[in-house]
Each structure stands twice: as structure tokens, then as C-alpha cells.
Design a protein around this ligand. Structure first.
Ligand code: IPE
Ligand code: IPE
Ligand code: MG
Length: 266
């Protein structure tokens, strides 16, 4: 139905005007926090006979489109998976290329993100990056700290298991120093020690490129998330795709272990 509304979908298109469709979304049923596993850059490039690096470069354009969409629809929080704790297993040349691309992205996009009232943050073990990249991330956070628009979080050198272990280490130290008793540890306390402490739970996870797994992304925060998968490779992901995912989400019956509203009324 959506495809019909949009007409033929253009690959790697510029921003489409989907404002009419957006108005059909019940604002009460909008997700607060959307998390995206931006996958398939390599497959996109392979299909075109290009190098994997070209896929990553094209992936940056898709990221810009999606952030713009988040701004347009007044999304509260958008978190994107840019580099996992497992991605170090890739060839050094690819890892180096990704770092360079990330650095260029921050350099080129920061002004515009700031103008669009985007509040940027980074999660993961950012201390593994070069001092220059770390200073860019610090600068981006500081510059946008007072912005009140979309909370845009980039997960870099991020792993959900690593994040939980770091939180537990902090809690264990608090116990050791008698500032906390083991019985006081609750899901709420643990959550406050995660990198995402300032964000609401994830409502919707989008993964592109056909694989249906979390790959160590936000494993705690997605406990009750809805999932939306598409075969589309990340560089081809458009504003229309993002809106299609959100419209689909808005129709889901989220029960959180209880009964659906309809059943409760009976
Ligand atoms: C996602 O695309 C980008 C990163 C993981 C950094 P991939 O590079 O994983 O692309 P595929 O999965 O090999 O197609
Ligand atoms: C997940 O994609 C990580 C990012 C998108 C950054 P991968 O391509 O690394 O995931 P797997 O290896 O297919 O699970
Ligand atoms: Mg992949």
C-alpha cells in the first residue's frame, strides 16, 4: 500500500516529500526510540562490482537521509550501529577506512546537525579510538549538549555484552566500597549504569539487508522492542523506508507480557 502511495521507489533518492503520509501516523503511536542496524554496505558494493569502501561511503548518505527524517518527524531518539566490538575482526584497511569516514562525517556534518537542533552522543568503548577522533566526538557532544531536538546516538566500538559487563564492574566497585549492597541491585539500577542511561527503552529496531539478528546491539534495551527487517541494503534505505517501518510499528499490539487492550475490555 505504501509503495503505491510513493510510486516507484527510487534507489538512493534525495529526500522525498512524505509529509502527507506522516500526517496519517497517529502521534500517540509513534516510537520514542528507534535503533537501526545499518547493514549491507558490502553487499550493496558487491552487487555493483565496487569495493566495499564504496558501500560504506554510500552508507553515509543513507545515514544523512535517515537523520533528516528523524528531525522531520520529531523523533525523540535515534540510535545507529556504526561499528561493533566484533568489527575489529575485519581487515585493517577496512577498519582504517571506516575510522576515516567517521572522522570526515563528524567534520562535515556537525554544523548542520547543530543547526537542526540535534543532540549528539556516542556509546561504546570510544577510548579505543585515536586521540583526534576522540576529541572530535567530545567536541560534537559539547557543541550539541544544549540542543533539544532528536537525541542522535552513534554506537561505535559498541557491544551490548561489553556494555553490560562495564556496568556490572561499576556496580561491583560500589559494592566493594560499601556504597551499595548486592540486594539493592535491580534492573533500574543496572540501567542507570549503561551507556544509554539517558535514553528511553528501544521501541523499534530496524535492520537492513535481510539478516535477522541483533549482532550484540542494545541487547538489554531491546527487551520489549518491536523488530522490522528489510532486504534493502543500507545505502539504498530511504526516508520512505523509515516511514514504512514506523507506520508498521504503529499498528503493532505491544502487550509487554499483559493482555492486549482489546482483551482487557472484555
Ligand atoms: C554495515 O555493512 C557497516 C558496518 C558493519 C560497519 P557491512 O560492512 O556489514 O556490509 P555487509 O554485511 O558485508 O554487506
Ligand atoms: C552489525 O553488522 C554491526 C553494524 C552494523 C555496525 P555486522 O555486519 O557486523 O553483523 P554480522 O557480522 O553480520 O552479525
Ligand atoms: Mg554486515
Amino acid at each position: 500500500m505504501l509503495k503505491k502511495l510513493f510510486g516507484k521507489k527510487k534507489a538512493n533518492n534525495d529526500y522525498e516529500n512524505n509529509s502527507d503520509l506522516l500526517e496519517t501516523i497517529d502521534r500517540d503511536k509513534m516510537p520514542r526510540h528507534v535503533a537501526i542496524i545499518m547493514d549491507g554496505n558490502g553487499r550493496w558494493a558487491k552487487e555493483k562490482g565496487m569495493l566495499r569502501s564504496a558501500g560504506h561511503t554510500a552508507g553515509i548518505k543513507a545515514l544523512k537521509r535517515v537523520l533528516k527524517t528523524a528531525v522531520n518527524i520529531n523523533l525523540e531518539a535515534l540510535t545507529v550501529y556504526a561499528f561493533s566490538t566484533e568489527n575489529w575482526k575485519r581487515p585493517t584497511a577496512e577498519v582504517d577506512f571506516l575510522m576515516k569516514l567517521f572522522s570526515e562525517y563528524l567534520e562535515k556534518e556537525l554544523d548542520e546537525m547543530d543547526q537542526e537542533n540535534v543532540h549528539i552522543n556516542f556509546i561504546g568503548r570510544t577510548d579505543a579510538f585515536s586521540p583526534y577522533l576522540q576529541s572530535q566526538m567530545e567536541d560534537a557532544k559539547k557543541r550539541t549538549a544544549n540542543n533539544t531536538g532528536v537525541k542522535f546516538t552513534v554506537a561505535v566500538n559498541y557491544g551490548g555484552q561489553d556494555e553490560i559487563v562495564r556496568a556490572i564492574q561499576t556496580l561491583a566497585n560500589e559494592v566493594k566500597e560499601n556504597r551499595l549492597s548486592p540486594e539493592e541491585i535491580s534492573p533500574q539500577i543496572l540501567e542507570k549504569h549503561l551507556d544509554t542511561a539517558d535514553l528511553p527503552a528501544v521501541d523499534l529496531v530496524i535492520r537492513t539487508s535481510g539478516d535477522m539478528r541483533l549482532s550484540n546491539f542494545l541487547i538489554w534495551q531491546t527487551a520489549y522492542a518491536e523488530f522490522w527487517f528489510t532486504e534493502t541494503n543500507w545505502p539504498d534505505f530511504t526516508e520512505a523506508d523509515m516511514i514504512e517501518a514506523i507506520v508498521d510499528y504503529s499498528k503493532r499490539d505491544r502487550r509487554f507480557g499483559g493482555l492486549s487492550k482489546r482483551n482487557e475490555e472484555k
